[in-house]
Design a protein around this ligand. Structure first.
Ligand code: ACM
Ligand code: ZN
Length: 535
């Protein structure tokens, strides 16, 4: 057979680019040495682990390596073709890892479970993009380039928040979300489980919260308007999924909830991928459905927002709910919400006014702060730490609460909170609200922004726990639409949270992104193409 010179050149270039230029990891690792050769994954190879503490990481890696290859890969304690090594003495806060890929095998070593799964995320990205496919892919040589990577994150809080209240996401959809989080080294899943429109977590002591509160007739605003938009834009990803409709007492209702068993399964799945789950039970505002279920929780029993804090029965309710939540979520941090409370309602409630007087509080801001502090004491008694949206600052906050800076039009929140000694999660609307619309500049604006304020002292900067994006789902009824809003923005955010600022490069990120978009496609993710007019 005769090849023209040009064809030979193309063949040569394509082979060499497969061998040499395949390190496109996001977030950019701190240190990468590229070596000669490749490791080839084959059926019959094994994953070894040196400690029972990381056995579950080996199982996770096996899933990631067999889903698309269809290979038979075993896991076992001891050495394997791919070895996971927990180094001693271990430090749970040290998320660093070393990943060595040679033609003979792969080793990931780290000081704790999180470090091992961070190494696994990088390894997943060294194989061809088709590795992320949910079905078996034939005819692919599963090679990873020989490298030595030493890597560690800048921030220990790399979060994504999902809101399954406005529109429900099943356990299966939530798990897919978690798996994609793990691929980009996100390690905190903030699960917004309750809000005005629905209650999504079953609470044994208050079953009506889900038997009634998880189901609604489609609402004129977020449901019907979204469907109108679906029709006018001919966009099926904006249609309310039929699978979440049920006939209840002769009426068509929309919704769903997680049983406690399902919550445990999500928490287990996340933990296996090194992700802590932070449950949010929003109090005392955003509780319209709660007070519809149990009107005695509202001021004057009127079944309206917010919770009435003037009655002991509200505190009993809150403590009972949280006690069940604590049993389901092992992570020490829990989120009380605290945002956008209609505090004026308390001005007109005799029980609330009596309480405000008895406690010597100046105003309704101090009244909410008093509630939050009491709840924090309860959390602490149960070994938990309180987090809340930045409104918890108003009326005074305890120094041990973590503040989520979300209001982009309050630019001094991080500065003020850290000056008082409070830890902060940075997630301002300006950059970190992934439900906000996108245009073709959004990604670059996010990537090149100073999301964390630059005017903090080094002591204050130590109190910045990290960065998070929030995905509020009022206008996001389906998994496909959610993916369109989240990807590839989440990859830019992942790099902002992981990679040192001086190593962040927009042009370099964009180059690596092309390989990542192939990965997202292979995974079946409906990401937003870089050049599109679709909003
Ligand atoms: C929020 O967006 N209400 C925290
Ligand atoms: Zn009241």
């Amino acid at each position: 057979m005769k090849y023209s010179f040009n064809i030979l050149l193309v063949l040569l270039l394509s082979v060499s680019s497969r061998v040499g230029a395949a390190v496109n990891i996001v977030p950019q690792p701190t240190h990468v040495d590229e070596n000669i050769g490749v490791f080839t994954l084959k059926s019959g190879q094994s994953i070894g682990y040196n400690s029972a503490q990381i056995a579950s990481a080996a199982t996770y890696l096996r899933t990631a390596l067999t889903r698309a290859t269809g290979f038979n890969i075993s896991t076992r304690q001891g050495k394997g073709t791919i070895s996971l090594e927990l180094l001693t003495p271990g430090d749970n806060r040290d998320e660093s890892y070393t990943l060595q890929v040679t033609p003979q095998g792969v080793t990931i070593s780290a000081f704790c479970y999180s470090g091992i799964v961070n190494g696994i995320a990088s390894l997943r990205q060294l194989f061809p993009p088709e590795l992320e496919s949910q079905t078996i892919q034939k005819g692919i040589t599963w090679t990873a380039p020989a490298v030595e990577i030493q890597d560690q994150p800048v921030y220990h809080w790399r979060g994504l928040m999902l809101d399954p209240v406005r529109h429900f996401y099943s356990v299966e959809e939530t798990k897919r979300f978690l798996d994609h989080m793990a691929l980009y080294k996100f390690n905190k899943f903030h699960w917004h489980l309750t809000d005005g429109q629905a209650w999504r977590i079953h609470i044994n002591k208050y079953p009506k919260l889900t038997s009634f509160g998880a189901w609604r007739k489609p609402l004129p605003d977020i449901d019907q308007q979204t469907e109108s938009r679906a029709k006018s834009e001919n966009n099926p990803t904006l249609l309310l999924p039929r699978k979440y409709f049920r006939t209840i007492d002769g009426e068509e209702k929309y919704g769903g909830f997680y049983t406690q068993q399902e919550v445990r399964e999500v928490v287990r799945y996340a933990a296996q991928r090194g992700i802590d789950v932070v449950p949010e039970i929003d109090m005392p505002g955003h509780n319209w459905i709660t007070t519809q279920c149990y009107p005695w929780l509202s001021c004057g029993g009127d079944g309206n927002d917010p919770l009435c804090l003037g009655k002991q029965s509200t505190f009993d309710f809150a403590e009972n709910v949280w006690s069940e939540v604590f049993r389901l979520f092992p992570y020490e941090y829990v989120h009380i919400g605290g945002d956008e409370v209609y505090r004026n309602r308390w001005q007109r409630c005799a029980d609330c006014q009596k309480r405000i007087k008895e406690e010597g509080l100046k105003d309704v801001n101090e009244y909410q702060a008093w509630f939050t502090k009491k709840m924090e004491q309860f959390f602490n008694k149960n070994g938990r730490k309180l987090m809340g949206w930045d409104e918890i600052l108003e009326g005074g906050v305890s120094q041990t609460a973590t503040v989520y800076w979300w209001r982009g039009d309050h630019p001094d929140v991080a500065q003020k909170s850290t000056a008082m000694g409070n830890e902060v999660v940075v997630c301002p609307t300006t950059y970190c609200y992934f439900d906000y619309g996108q245009d073709n500049q959004t990604l670059e604006r996010l990537y090149t922004a100073n999301i964390v304020p630059t005017d903090l002292t080094s002591e204050q900067h130590c109190l910045i726990k990290g960065i998070q994006a929030n995905i509020w789902c009022e206008w996001i009824p389906t998994e496909a639409r959610m993916q369109f809003m989240v990807f590839p923005r989440a990859l830019a955010l992942a790099e902002k949270a992981w990679t040192p600022t001086q190593q962040q490069s927009w042009s370099n990120f964009k180059q690596r992104l092309s390989d990542q978009l192939l990965r997202l496609s292979a995974a079946g993710i409906n990401y937003r193409p870089l050049e599109t007019d679709i909003k």
